[in-house]
Ligand binder design. Structure first.
Ligand SMILES: Cc1ncc(COP(=O)(O)O)c(C=O)c1O
Length: 499
């Protein structure tokens, strides 16, 4: 069965009612040959047969992909058209779409807690964190992915789907594809975190690592979707994805009915659109705030220009938000409902990750921490004394990256400082230096001597030290003390205000 091909006339006999939902048919495109045991409905099959059909189709897709040659994969402009995200005909999702999604995905994704935070006292607002990083694959993306998969026609379910994603959408789609026995192909760019790539593989999906950027991965996936005749599911713009993401707002309004504002991390704007449509329908006076990284301010620029606007994106800790062009449906759905849009600096995203880990005991990735980072950066003064819900919408951060982020956050927070002090080379001088700094409660993390490349007298030595201190005030006290005591003191930048 695996290599068989049907011509389109034969395929239509099998699925006469599914024309509209099928991928555009092009001359010469091969179609998935439904196995004999699957000519009725996939839902009617018992579990074993369903599993077998699913595995066979995955094998068939693998074989078809392996057979593709470089000329086959040449990308033309019409290959990049996605019928579900047509800039000429953007779709505005409605509240009914979101309530339908909530009904269909119930039981398949977690209803995550939305609890009052320890951070309320330090921020001057009553903060509630919606903990969607507790979803099985670690992000809110499961909401849209499951709904999009459940909404496919039976033929589309049997054929499988394809997506491009740097991580969370891919993981969500792969996992729910496996649960629902719908074959999934994901194209992930080379910059995707290793953990996310291996998770997708562990869910049994076909994972292709291709492209140096998200845009290249997406273009490749769109081309493949046409070659394989399977549906492309845009992770931030397919209307069913937006509807699924909106289910988060229904939960929020049930959990914190008198919420004043929701601050939403924004990349392609799918979550923003879904949450804004649902929340404003139920509570028109609620404030909806978009928070994005200032290294990829695509939504901000699009709002300024009144249309989705291609925006250059620099590498950011919030990798999930690095989308160069917001979704056309997402923008159309959200643009009139968003009250404010803020762009967050990298240092505050790092500090937000640190605070959430230390005070909230929550491991949150950069994208998921962006809303809280906006509060820490002081970008939302109008929310003082208000009830604010902030989705912590993803927790997928590589352990090695987490280590590096925490070091940067400690430095930005003024709790890790680096200094160079020229001291005497006589016995006891280094001991005296360490004693002096330890009197401030500083812990020495690293220390080194420099003798050769100095211009001072030969009886001097330069000490380079990295110290961990209680806070930036303590760092300042140490700096002032050392300047009085030693002739030459150089402090590395510490604390955000010094950078
Ligand atoms: C953790 C996390 N938060 C927020 C977003 C932003 O979602 P959207 O692209 O729908 O704006 C993403 C997107 O991947 C994400 O992974």
């Amino acid at each position: 069965m695996a290599g068989d091909k049907l011509n389109s006339t034969e395929y239509d006999k099998i699925s006469p009612d599914s024309e509209e939902d099928l991928m555009p048919k092009k001359a010469g495109h091969h179609k998935f040959h439904m196995p004999k045991s699957c000519t009725n409905s996939a839902e009617d099959l018992n579990c074993d047969i369903k599993n077998q059909v699913y595995s066979e189709r995955l094998e068939q897709l693998k074989n078809e992909i392996e057979k593709l040659t470089i000329p086959d994969l040449q990308i033309n402009s019409e290959d990049l058209f996605d019928q579900h995200c047509d800039p000429a005909n953007p779709v505005q999702i409605k509240f009914n779409d979101i309530s339908a999604a909530a009904y269909r995905i119930r039981g398949g994704v977690e209803i995550t807690p939305c609890t009052r935070s320890h951070m309320s006292s330090i921020t001057g607002m009553e903060i509630f964190f919606k903990k969607d990083f507790l979803q099985y694959t670690g992000s809110f993306k499961e909401r849209g992915a499951r709904y999009a998969l459940l909404s496919l026609s039976k033929e589309q379910k049997a054929c499988g789907v394809i997506a491009a994603s740097a991580g969370n959408h891919a993981q969500a789609l792969c996992y729910h594809g496996k649960m629902l026995k719908i074959p999934v192909v994901v194209v992930m760019p080379k910059i995707a975190p290793i953990m996310k790539i291996s998770n997708c593989r562990s869910y049994g999906a076909i994972v292709i690592v291709e492209g140096t950027s998200m845009l290249e991965a997406k273009n490749f996936a769109l081309k493949l979707s046409k070659m394989l005749n399977i549906m492309y599911i845009n992770g931030y713009d397919h209307p069913n994805i937006l509807a699924g993401q909106g289910t988060m707002a229904l939960e929020i309004l049930e959990q914190v009915p008198d919420v004043d504002a929701i601050v939403i991390p924004t990349g392609g704007a799918g979550l923003l659109a879904g949450v804004a449509v649902a929340a404003k329908a139920l509570k028109p006076d609620i404030m909806i705030i978009a928070a994005e990284s200032d290294r990829c301010a695509g939504f901000y620029n699009s709002m300024a220009n009144g249309e989705p606007t291609l925006t250059f994106s620099d590498p950011t800790l919030a990798d999930g938000l690095a989308v160069s062009l917001v979704g056309v449906n997402a923008f159309a759905s959200a643009k009139n409902l968003v009250d404010k849009c803020v762009c967050v600096q990298e240092e505050y995203i790092a500090i937000a990750i640190l605070r959430l880990l230390e005070l909230e005991k929550a491991v949150v990735e950069g994208a998921g921490a962006c809303g809280f980072a906006a509060v820490l950066q002081g970008l939302l003064p109008e929310l003082k004394n208000k009830k604010v819900v902030i989705p912590l919408c993803g927790g997928n951060i590589d352990t090695t990256i987490l280590g590096r982020v925490l070091e940067r956050a400690l430095a930005a927070d003024g709790r890790l400082i680096k200094l160079w002090v020229t001291i005497s080379d006589r016995p006891g001088s280094l001991a005296e230096f360490t004693k002096l700094v330890s009197a401030f409660g500083a812990s020495i993390k690293d220390i080194a001597h420099e003798r050769a490349w100095l211009k001072s007298d030969v009886f001097s030595v330069q000490v380079q030290a990295v110290l961990e201190v209680e806070n930036s005030e303590k760092a300042k006290e140490i700096e002032e003390f050392l300047i009085k005591k030693y002739e030459k003191v150089i402090m590395g930048p510490y604390g955000i205000n010094k950078q």
